[in-house]
Design a protein around this ligand. Structure first.
Ligand code: ATR
Length: 285
């Protein structure tokens, strides 16, 4: 029951109405009998500062931050933990006393999702498609465990900036190339791990899907951070014998990490997953 003592958690972004975070977190709060509720706020770019002030004045406990605010939000927070600062993006805010602290749980969730496939990442050769915020947070964690990491992106300079940072963060061999059919074929011939951070709508511009069965080796680990239920990219990889993980698993894991930051408790992860799968069914493709 929502009452006078109920505290609020929220997600801010634009667009936001199809977010799976409210059903996931509300299912978790309900199952643990917590006096908390989770809502989605559409916040336009030029209203971000005011929205953050609103979090302070309304005493909101915890906030997830999504597109397009993950980078710009840093300047409005009182403290940003070292991982989020190095990545340059925040996806979780917690109110601690009267201060707002920022964290980034995306990369950690991606690695946990890959680890759940039951193979070791250590010593592997990884390829990341894309060089946006998600790619940066995954590269931050991945470069510490793999032997080599290649970033492929339409805009080469952005890929090369992440590869440069990853070299600073770790001892891994990190390179970058412009993303095209040739570089994709070449890099995948040596890779044991492939992570796609590109949006779904990119695929038709390169081919029916960006990945083809013949480019994937059996046993390869493949993660696509997109969480639509129909996923041609992963379907092709699976047919080729890869072990695949979709973005829904990563989404649930990042939500569980946020939940822990806000409440100090372990999240009921299977209940959150169930709620996310159910909500995804009603999500537009
Ligand atoms: P996110 O935070 O989800 O990673 P982002 O920071 O906006 O989102 O990054 C989007 C990624 O998708 C980038 O790698 C972008 O490539 P550019 O760096 O060249 O912009 C890539 N992307 C978006 N639209 C694309 C398209 N039509 N073709 C190829 N790549 C595209």
């Amino acid at each position: 029951m929502i009452g006078g003592t109920t505290r609020v958690c929220a997600v801010i972004g634009d667009p936001i109405k199809h977010s799976l975070s409210p059903p996931m977190h509300n299912a978790a709060f309900r199952s643990l009998g917590m006096d908390l509720v989770y809502v989605a706020f559409r916040v336009r770019k030029d209203e971000l500062r005011a929205a953050i002030e609103g979090i302070r004045s309304l005493g909101i406990l915890g906030v997830n931050v999504t597109m397009p605010h993950k980078t710009r939000v840093l300047r409005f927070l009182d403290k940003v933990d070292v991982t989020a600062r190095e990545i340059g993006a925040v996806n979780t805010i917690v109110r601690s006393d009267s201060e707002l602290h920022g964290y980034n749980t995306d990369g950690q969730a991606a690695l946990a999702s890959l680890a759940s496939l039951g193979c070791s990442l250590s010593g592997s050769a990884g390829v990341i498609l894309g060089a946006g915020g998600a790619a940066r947070s995954i590269a931050y964690h991945l470069c510490r465990v793999v032997e080599s990491l290649t970033i492929l992106n339409r805009t080469r300079s952005k890929a090369s900036s992440i590869a440069g940072k990853a070299r600073m963060w770790s001892g891994a061999r990190c390179r970058s190339h412009r993303l095209d059919r040739t570089s994709l074929r070449q890099e995948l011939s040596e890779a044991s791990l492939l992570i796609n951070t590109l949006p779904v709508h990119v695929f038709p511009r390169i081919g029916k899907t960006l990945i083809e069965q013949r480019l994937v080796r059996p046993g390869m680990l493949v993660l696509d951070i997109n969480y639509q239920s129909k996923n041609d990219f992963l379907a092709e990889a699976k047919l080729a014998g890869a072990k695949v993980s979709d973005g829904l698993d990563m989404l649930v894991r990042q939500a569980a990490l946020s939940f822990r930051i806000w409440t100090g408790r372990d999240a009921p992860i299977e209940i959150m997953r169930e709620a996310a799968i159910k909500a995804r069914r009603t999500c537009p493709k």
